[in-house]
Design a protein around this ligand. Structure first.
Ligand code: ZN
Length: 206
């Protein structure tokens, strides 16, 4: 497949994922960002500041494997470095998606350092999980406006927890990933469902 065809295919998938995230309330006020790795190792990623519910193909630009823009003079998402760091650590990754839901934001502030998910059937949405009693640990890192430092913090946490399928940034949102845009989107969807359950459990328990 040519890189141009690959780009169009992945860009359209990211546009669709953006619309889905916005409709579900996971990407308010231009927040969130979405990327997919292309066949030559470059990365298609949302342009900074675009509304995720109203993306079109031209809102998806290409950066190189280090995050430097390769197309036009537009600015990629402010959090490009976090995407790049995930692709760098796992050559199997095809997509990285980031949501800003209410439940992820609140839970990441209620919990310290990590969120433990267990006893949910939907945990089986994650690779390697085939039983509801298996535990899924979601690391929580402190928010930081310095992306280089934040990427380093995330890297340290993921080295301690290589099986993590996503991580939370406190008061900010969720990052998850997968071998394709579809797989990554399903992981975000599963996490967001589980976060809603966790938040509801805390409310009911008081
Ligand atoms: Zn963000």
């Amino acid at each position: 497949m040519s890189i141009a065809v690959d780009y169009v295919e992945k860009a359209d998938q990211l546009v669709e994922a953006g619309r889905f995230f916005f409709e579900r309330g996971w990407a308010p006020a231009t927040s969130g960002n979405l990327s997919a790795r292309l066949s030559d190792g470059s990365v298609a990623i949302t342009v900074s500041g675009r509304h995720k519910g109203r993306l079109n193909r031209y809102d998806i630009m290409i950066v190189d494997a280090s995050g430097r823009p390769l197309t036009g003079n537009r600015r990629p998402s402010a959090e490009t470095l976090l995407h790049i760091a995930l692709y760098r650590r796992n050559p199997e990754l095809g997509a990285v998606l980031h949501s800003h839901s209410v439940q992820a934001t609140v839970l990441s502030l209620l919990e310290q350092s990590e969120l433990l998910l267990c006893h949910y059937e939907l945990l089986k949405a994650f690779p390697g999980i085939n039983h509801h009693n298996q535990e899924v640990m979601v690391p929580i890192v402190a928010n930081d406006q310095d992306m280089t430092r934040l990427a380093d913090t995330v890297e340290q946490r993921l080295q301690q927890q290589p099986s993590a399928q996503g991580y939370l940034i406190a008061g900010h949102g969720l990052y998850s990933w997968g071998e394709s845009v579809e797989a990554a989107s399903q992981h975000i969807e599963a996490f967001e469902f589980l976060f809603e359950c966790e938040l509801l459990m805390r409310r009911v328990r008081g």
